[in-house]
Design a protein around this ligand. Structure first.
Ligand SMILES: NC(=O)c1ccc[n+]([C@@H]2O[C@H](COP(=O)([O-])OP(=O)(O)OC[C@H]3O[C@@H](n4cnc5c(N)ncnc54)[C@H](OP(=O)(O)O)[C@@H]3O)[C@@H](O)[C@H]2O)c1
Length: 330
């Protein structure tokens, strides 16, 4: 076997615009089937996207023995149920972020996959961009001196009426949708879990979810992180890392387009030397790198690059932020 045969559960936007095209141009995988709750929708979707097989239920897709791996882009609240059904069917699963809607739910998912020896990964695509890898590398080699502050932002405007991310019963809200990236980035850059967290949210009168929110995290090393995320605000995403001797600015830090050359700007002042370094990172499809890693893991019989346990730790922080946000709810 040298290529992975992928099945996709649901006809989600993120699958349509990013992940299915990424698998279709990947060097080691093909999308061979899609399932929808509605057979007609599945068939139309399959025809439109050049997918050979369609199913009118998610369970029918799991019964297809020819499928090697499943991609789940369902609303957050359904990730656990359908991932666990994938594990029970013996199907390796790449599931959208956040893997589960709480830490306890995510832990249960990880446990079921581990017990059955089936691979599971969270689809945090930004970690696969070479720019993220480069920032992590230069921070580790002291580019900003001692790291002190990380500021991260992620916002965009949801325009769809009834979008799943605006629905509390589907585990929507800005923290789970966008704050989750900011928290993951801070944990990735520090290699630590925060001691203290705080959050404040603005709740939509109609949606009932936090439509924008801010949060702060304190890490054992002394690093302080702050983030702002929003689902009704102009699209902005990136981060700024500040330390004793320098700063790193990364614009478009989470979701650059795959044809976008991006830049890491490092400014340093060591007392003896003051300099600005611009590191250009070639355009890359981070979704393609993510699906290729998962498929390679299956083909090479090794774990996916980022362990699913990381999602449990990330959700522990998200749960604490939710508690803090509720406590400060106006
Ligand atoms: N990595 C990224 O860059 C990124 C970006 C956006 C979203 N996401 C994540 O991807 C997931 C999906 O987000 P999305 O905005 O793409 O979702 P979406 O377009 O609303 O699609 C969700 C799909 O789930 C299925 N579904 C099953 N039960 C549903 C229900 N009760 N209500 C609505 N849909 C239901 C539907 O497919 P059928 O009706 O065909 O069964 C629908 O097409 C979320 O977890 C989100 O956090 C990730």
């Amino acid at each position: 076997m040298d290529r992975i045969r992928w099945g996709v559960i649901g006809t989600a936007n993120i699958a349509t615009w990013r992940v299915i095209p990424a698998i279709q141009k990947s060097r080691n995988g093909d999308v061979v089937a899609v399932a929808s709750r509605d057979a007609g929708r599945a068939r139309d979707y399959a025809n439109r996207h050049g997918i050979a097989q369609s199913y009118g239920s998610y369970a029918a897709l799991l019964d297809d023995a020819s499928i090697d791996a499943i991609y789940i882009p369902l609303p957050n609240q359904l990730h656990a149920e359908w991932s666990i059904r994938c594990a029970e069917a013996g199907k390796p699963t790449l599931c959208e972020k956040p893997l589960g809607s709480t830490a306890a739910e995510t832990q249960r998912m990880v446990d079921v996959f581990r017990e059955r020896g089936v691979p599971l990964a969270e689809a945090f695509m930004y970690r696969f961009h070479p720019r993220t890898e480069r920032v992590k590398d230069i921070v580790g080699r002291g580019a900003v001196g001692e790291m002190h502050l990380i500021d991260a932002v992620f916002s965009f405007q949801i325009r769809r009426v009834n979008d799943v991310r605006l629905q509390p019963q589907l585990a929507g809200g800005a923290l789970r949708d966008l704050g989750v990236y900011c928290v993951n980035l801070m944990r990735l850059m520090t290699d630590e879990e925060p001691d203290r967290v705080q959050a404040i949210g603005h709740f939509g009168a109609e949606s009932g979810v936090e439509e924008w929110a801010v949060g702060s995290l304190q890490f054992p090393s002394g690093v302080l992180g702050s983030f702002g995320c929003g689902m009704r605000s102009y699209r902005t995403h990136g981060y700024l890392i500040r330390g004793s001797e320098g700063t790193i600015v990364v614009q478009d830090g989470f979701g650059p387009n795959d044809d976008q050359v991006t830049e890491i700007v490092v400014k340093r002042d060591t007392g003896k030397l003051s300099e600005t370094i611009r590191i250009e990172i070639p355009a890359t499809d981070q979704f393609q790198r993510m699906v290729e890693d998962f498929a390679d893991a299956l083909l090479d019989d090794r774990p996916p690059r980022y362990p699913a346990e990381d999602a449990v730790a990330n959700m522990k922080v998200l749960d604490r932020l939710q508690v803090s946000m509720r406590a400060t709810e106006a």
